[in-house]
Design a protein around this ligand. Structure first.
Ligand SMILES: Cc1cc2nc3c(=O)[nH]c(=O)nc-3n(C[C@H](O)[C@H](O)[C@H](O)COP(=O)(O)OP(=O)(O)OC[C@H]3O[C@@H](n4cnc5c(N)ncnc54)[C@H](O)[C@@H]3O)c2cc1C
Length: 377
């Protein structure tokens, strides 16, 4: 069937890619735990990384809804690849795109869109997780440029990245108003990556610490006006939360689809287990959670596309869809019985990968606290 609606077209294209290229290899990629270079390049060739950026400036001319459709489909296949895609399309290139000079964009942004360079995003520090006011990586302005010193951690794509968007403090007395983003190329003397982390889920994302020791970078590597780091971060926070909700929708679809198939095949006591009401209840709960997650997620995405402020809606979407993804993975492991505990079947991967969704863009304790405040507490 020929599709003319861009949303249907992108969903169909991504669904075909996921079904043919990703799902058959997802187990092997997850077990190898390596950054999936070849798939990364394939996604670049499909224009996926530029979907949020305008065509005339080197993007693919889409919007947040299309971006969410893409990451949702990828998360249905393999959360690691969806997470890498989200990093490359949003957090890892956003500030470079909006605030980088033409020369910086030519050197890093365009190659990133082509899948030739990997970008990443460094907020978190050993002593600054939820509390970004505590960021202590220092950027000191000198006549030759900025000198950066500090330590970042939990950097997605960090071990394989070619450039780093790093949140630094330029004036500790100003706290939040002293926060600024800087672009630091991998080959900057003084930048070093730690050993890749051993982690529970999303095992192919590649995570590490990034240490900065007297890294000298040119003045024009500051991304955004002086003191605007937090404001600029806030300008994409709703999108980060909505995108994370879309990842959770993808994981729920995978867990639900596999559970239905298994419940229709596995027979006990002379009937397939889908005939038992307690299994039906789990499937019904998963399907209802999925539908509610989808509605919240795409409501927030469309508000972002219409430039309607939606931090509350995006936070609710992230909070609800992610918790629902945890419930879906849990139900799937139960429906599969002992096979849900086996590394040969998918539920264990969903069960591990859903944890990835809980932290980035705000932990659920932070989201709950904020939502309660925003609705009037
Ligand atoms: C797989 C993975 C990938 C990641 N990728 C990146 C990345 O690419 N770049 C990056 O910068 N970071 C990344 N992170 C880090 C992530 O952003 C942080 O984990 C997150 O900001 C929370 O910080 P923390 O883990 O230090 O927890 P903490 O802030 O120490 O929180 C610990 C616990 O206390 C709770 N808590 C904290 N403050 C409050 C409060 N005020 N009220 C109630 N409860 C509170 C939290 O909700 C949590 O339950 C990644 C993390 C993971 C797990």
């Amino acid at each position: 069937m020929i599709r003319s609606n861009p949303e249907e077209l992108i969903r169909d294209t991504m669904a075909r890619f996921v079904d043919r290229e990703l799902i058959p290899r997802a187990k092997e990629i997850d077990e190898r735990g390596e950054f999936p270079r070849e798939l990364f390049r394939q996604l670049a060739a499909m224009g996926v990384f530029g979907i949020r950026y305008p065509k005339e400036k080197g993007g693919a001319g889409g919007n947040c809804t299309l971006f969410c459709i893409i990451v949702e489909e990828l998360a249905r296949g393999l959360m690691s690849l969806a997470a890498i895609t989200a990093m490359q399309s949003l957090m890892g290139t956003n500030f470079l795109f909006h605030f980088g000079s033409a020369e910086l964009r030519e050197k890093y942004f365009h190659p990133a869109m082509r899948g030739e360079k990997v970008g990443c995003f460094c907020l978190t520090e050993p002593e600054a997780g939820s509390d970004l006011g505590n960021v202590s990586t220092l950027a000191v302005r000198t006549a030759d440029g900025y000198v950066l010193n500090g330590m970042k951690t939990w950097v997605t794509s960090g071990p394989v990245a070619d450039f780093y968007t790093i949140l630094c403090q330029t004036d500790p007395a100003k706290k939040f108003r002293g926060l600024n983003f800087f672009l630091v190329p991998r080959d900057t003397p003084g930048l070093s990556c730690g050993k890749p982390f051993e982690v529970l889920g999303t095992r192919s994302t590649a995570l590490c610490e990034v240490a900065l020791k007297d890294c000298l970078i040119p003045h024009e590597h500051m991304l955004g006006g002086e003191g605007q780091g937090l404001n600029n971060l806030m300008s994409i926070l709703a999108e980060i939360r909505t995108m994370t909700a879309a990842l959770a929708v993808g994981l729920q679809r995978a867990a639900l689809g596999d559970s239905i198939r298994y419940a229709n095949e596995r027979a006990q006591f002379g009937k397939t287990i889908g005939n038992y009401q307690l299994i039906q209840a789990k499937i019904a709960n998963m399907a209802t959670d999925l539908e509610a997650s989808r509605l919240l997620t795409y409501k927030a995405a469309r508000m972002i596309d219409q430039k309607i402020p939606c931090m509350t809606e995006a936070s609710m979407a992230k909070y609800f869809a992610t918790e629902a993804a945890c419930r879906a993975a849990d139900h799937a492991t139960r429906i599969f019985g002992a096979y849900g505990y086996s590394m040969e079947y998918t539920p264990q991967r969903y069960y591990r990968d859903n944890r990835f969704l809980l932290y980035g863009g705000g932990s659920h304790e932070i989201l709950q606290t904020n939502i309660a405040k925003w609705v009037g507490l």
